[in-house]
Design a protein around this ligand. Structure first.
Ligand SMILES: [Zn+2]
Length: 137
């Protein structure tokens, strides 16, 4: 499964809604050296999901959500609404199994689109990147 959409991180975070996406970063899926943000290459979750042969999503793993996952994503910034996009993953990620990667990507793009102008809504801020309106995702 090498050709995964750049918007979908293996952990279930929607890279397409990250302020760095297509800015300093091409998404967790990308191995391109042409991007500034390279910290992802040291990510324990990414390294667990990706090896030369295979690229997987955490949701397909029998240990999901495993200890490293809980430590890095679910138990960090608990109660902080800016990090809701992390804490909601287990619930939302299940959808990928039901509807498939392609439809899941569509669903996420839709979710993170501004209802006012169609711009991308970014996590952390929960604001549209174009019209700057606050959006409840
Ligand atoms: Zn907007």
């Amino acid at each position: 499964m090498k050709n995964m959409p750049n918007e979908l991180a293996p952990c279930g975070v929607f890279c397409g809604a990250c302020p760095s996406f297509n800015n300093t970063c091409l998404g967790c899926t990308s191995d391109s050296k042409e991007q500034e943000r390279t910290s992802k290459w040291g990510c324990k979750i990414r390294n667990c999901c990706y090896n030369i042969e295979e690229r997987n999503f955490c949701i397909d793993c029998s240990q999901f959500p495993c200890k490293k996952y809980r430590k890095k994503l679910l138990y960090t910034h608990q109660g902080d609404p800016k990090f809701r996009y992390r804490h909601e993953i287990p619930e939302i990620f299940e959808k990928m199994k039901e509807i498939g990667i392609h439809n899941y990507l569509k669903f996420q793009k839709q979710r993170w689109s501004c209802p006012h102008c169609g711009g991308t809504v970014h996590f952390y801020h929960y604001k549209c990147s174009k019209c700057r309106k606050e959006v409840r995702v």
